[in-house]
Design a protein around this ligand. Structure first.
Ligand SMILES: [Zn+2]
Length: 276
């Protein structure tokens, strides 16, 4: 079965016992195109593999992308908590200021009192405000401490986020470098492919490329593989009729597999090498 993979340009030189030699002049025959098409297919397979790998490369960043997103969300949450806590403190401080102003106003009014009763009345009110203010001051102190905690947590979350981002950037640089290498490889292969394609007859090339476009694996050629029960398409395993294999053997016209449409060729199985 490995003979399928063995590329040989001897296909053309090797005369099959039943090759018909009555081809029209000028019109290229399939058999003569096979080595060129196989060379082309070999390059196309390589290009296909590299393209596939190129597409896969950024996947390596998936987990670190997720990590960065998670750290960012965590940081956003912690930052919001710390801002909320600061706002709460500001609100309490405003409350406190308002009590302070009310107390001063009442103290002024108290000092203008016309009677002792009135004076005492103000004092009761002022004491209530002082009491109230004292409670708010306690709250502020407690809140200040939670602001401190929240700020610290936000800072830690920020460091974790930046560390994840740094890891991401580093991984991305690695991936970009690998992609650049693949692009270089692909450029070389595409140049070689252009040269290989120019060696193929235009009509055969058209057929080859049309089939190739319809395939997800970029494989347009299939070897006719001989097995105990006859010939099979090396790509889709469909049996090849006697009539079809005869056409393939003659090698004059292009013949497509009736199942997968790939161009069939006869894989020249080298005769068992005599032991030297
Ligand atoms: Zn097939």
């Amino acid at each position: 079965m490995k003979g399928f993979e063995s590329r040989t340009s001897r296909d053309t030189e090797k005369t099959e016992t039943n090759t018909v030699m009555d081809q029209q002049p000028h019109k290229p025959i399939m058999k003569a195109q096979i080595p060129h098409l196989r060379a082309l297919q070999d390059l196309d397979k390589q290009i296909f593999r590299w393209n596939k790998e190129r597409l896969q490369k950024p996947r390596a960043l998936d987990s670190i992308d997720k990590e960065v997103a998670a750290r960012r969300a965590e940081h956003d949450g912690k930052l919001k908590s710390s801002k909320d806590a600061k706002l709460e403190v500001e609100k309490k401080e405003l409350d406190l200021k308002e009590r302070e102003e009310r107390r001063k106003r009442l103290e002024g009014q108290r000092d203008q009192s016309k009677s002792n009763k009135e004076y005492q009345g103000y004092n009761i009110e002022i004491a209530a405000i002082r009491n109230d203010a004292g409670r708010i001051e306690d709250d502020v102190l407690k809140l200040m401490s939670s602001v401190e905690d929240a700020t610290k947590l936000a800072g830690e979350a920020k460091s974790a986020m930046e560390a994840a981002q740094g890891k991401h950037d580093e991984a991305k640089m690695g991936v970009d470098a690998e992609i650049a290498k693949i692009d270089e490889e692909l450029k070389g292969l595409r140049d070689r492919r252009a040269a290989a394609a120019s060696a193929v007859d235009a009509d055969f090339l058209k057929i080859y490329e049309r089939i190739q476009r319809s395939k997800t694996d970029a494989v347009a050629l299939a070897a006719a593989v001989q097995e105990a029960d006859g010939y099979h398409c090396g790509a889709c395993r469909m049996g090849i009729t006697f009539q079809d294999i005869n056409t393939v053997m003659k090698g004059k016209d292009a013949l497509q597999c009736r199942s997968c449409s790939r161009l069939l060729y006869l894989d020249a199985k080298p005769a068992p090498a005599p032991a030297k």
